[in-house]
Structures are given as structure tokens and as C-alpha cells.
Design a protein around this ligand. Structure first.
Ligand code: AP5
Ligand code: MG
Length: 215
């Protein structure tokens, strides 16, 4: 089962990916998480990625596609994978198709989580996550039991640096210019499954689960 999770910043891709991987044992591959991890480590990749992420721009295709190509060729992806936040440009989608075809694989479904901009902005401004275990919370929808402290590991809860006003606006603009057109790319191939993402995360998951079980 090779799945792509699509949707604008704050649509709930990461939240749904966590729920999907508990139910369907396939690796969750988030390019955003890979880049944030590299930034935390201060690696060369992290330093390069940070230049783009901090202003809400996309990391160049040649960097991003190479990372995903390598990751999906690993043995834990043999039974499938869940891509979150990739592809984000037509060039990335074409590169993914080429890598998959070399591996004798194909995409089974592209899930698009649709949420209006006002709600995306509200969700992103309320998102906090654990510095240690990376668990994600929301001050309005899914707050921690104790303010500023992770329920799972007690780590400190912090805001993502690209979740501040101007950067959020830029990310939404970049999404609509560079990533939204991909919905047509997958629509034309009959692979697109649109989900209404404004409701609670368990409702969204129920819809996704039904679809995945029918594959
Ligand atoms: P990335 O990390 O992929 O960020 P994004 O696409 O902007 O998406 P988010 O992670 O912000 O949102 P999400 O959809 O995962 O929502 P979440 O579940 O957290 O990318 C970051 C950056 O990395 C990019 O800007 C770019 O620079 C770079 N990058 C990454 N991939 C790249 C690529 N392929 N090419 C080039 N550059 C790339 O939910 C958000 C909040 O809402 C949370 O607080 C959550 O608790 C809450 N929430 C979720 N669902 C619900 C619900 N149903 N109801 C109420 N609250 C909810
Ligand atoms: Mg995410």
C-alpha cells in the first residue's frame, strides 16, 4: 500500500499519519520531519534546508527528491509507505513516478485533506509540539494536560518556528501556487481521494480508514 497524504499546511497530514500508521503498519515518511531533524542536528542538509524553511519556501527539488528516492528504496518500505508532505511540485511528482517505476512499484492512493484557509491559520497558530518526542498538540483542539509539558514524556512544548504569522501566510501562498496543481496530476490518474478535513481528527480518520480498507 503506497499512499500519499496531501493537503495544505495545517490540514492534519501529520496527525492523520500517526493514526494511519497505528492501524496499518507502514512507515510514515515526512519530508518536513526529515528536514527538521537535520536542522536540530545542525547537519549540512539541515543548514541548507533551514534557509528555505524559515521563510516558508520549498527546499529545492533536487535535494528533496534525492532524500525520498533513497528512503523508499529501503527494506522497511517493501510492504508500502505513507508519504506526508511529498511530492509538493510537479517535478517532485514526476521524479517519484520514475523512482517507483525503477523499483517496480506505483502509487495506490493520493489522499487530499481539504480545509479552508481561516481554519488552517487558526490550527497552525495553536500548534505546539514536544521538543523531545515530537508529539503534536493544539492549544484549542487538543491541549496538553499540563501547560507547556508533554503528556507522554514530560518534554517542553514549543511552537514551530515556521508557524508564526508571516511565514504561515507564505507557506499557504506557496501551497496554492506550487502544490495545489498536483491535485489535478493525481486526479487525472484516478488516484485522488478528497476528504473533508474541517471536522475532528477521529472523524477524518474514520473516512480515511474506510477508504484504505477498501483498497
Ligand atoms: P511540513 O512539515 O510538511 O509542513 P506543512 O506541509 O506546512 O504541514 P504541517 O506539518 O504544518 O501541517 P500538517 O498538515 O501536518 O498538520 P498537523 O497534523 O500538524 O513542511 C515544512 C517545511 O519543510 C516546508 O515549508 C518546506 O520548507 C519544507 N518541505 C517539506 N517537504 C518539502 C517538499 N516535499 N519539498 C520542498 N520543501 C519541503 O496539524 C496542525 C495542527 O492542527 C496541530 O496542532 C493539530 O493538533 C491540529 N489538528 C490536526 N487535525 C485537526 C482536526 N481534524 N481538528 C482540529 N485540530 C486538528
Ligand atoms: Mg506535518
Amino acid at each position: 500500500m503506497n499512499i500519499i497524504l496531501m493537503g495544505p499546511p495545517g490540514a492534519g497530514k501529520g496527525t492523520q499519519a500517526e493514526m494511519i500508521k497505528d492501524r496499518f503498519p507502514i512507515p510514515h515518511i515526512s519530508t518536513g520531519d526529515i528536514f527538521r531533524d537535520a536542522v536540530d542536528k545542525g547537519s549540512e542538509l539541515g543548514q541548507e534546508a533551514q534557509k528555505y524553511m524559515s521563510s516558508g519556501q520549498l527546499v529545492p527539488d533536487e535535494i528533496t527528491t534525492g532524500i525520498v528516492e533513497e528512503r523508499i528504496a529501503q527494506s522497511d518500505c517493501e510492504q508500502g509507505f505513507l508519504l506526508d508532505g511529498f511530492p509538493r511540485t510537479t517535478a517532485q511528482a514526476q521524479a517519484l513516478d520514475q523512482s517507483l517505476s525503477r523499483l517496480g512499484k506505483k502509487i495506490d492512493l493520493a489522499i487530499n485533506i481539504d480545509v479552508p484557509n481561516e481554519l488552517l491559520i487558526e490550527r497552525l497558530s495553536g500548534r505546539i509540539s514536544c521538543q523531545e518526542c515530537k508529539r503534536v498538540y493544539n492549544l484549542s483542539y487538543n491541549p496538553p494536560q499540563e501547560q507547556g509539558k508533554c503528556d507522554s514524556c514530560g518534554g517542553e512544548l514549543v511552537q514551530r518556528s515556521d508557524d508564526r504569522g508571516e511565514t504561515v501566510a507564505k507557506r499557504l501562498e506557496v501551497y496554492s501556487q506550487q502544490t495545489r496543481p498536483l491535485l489535478q496530476y493525481y486526479g487525472k490518474q484516478g488516484l485522488l481521494f478528497n476528504i473533508e478535513g474541517s471536522c475532528g481528527s477521529s472523524q477524518v480518520f474514520t473516512d480515511i480508514q474506510k477508504k484504505l480498507e477498501s483498497l
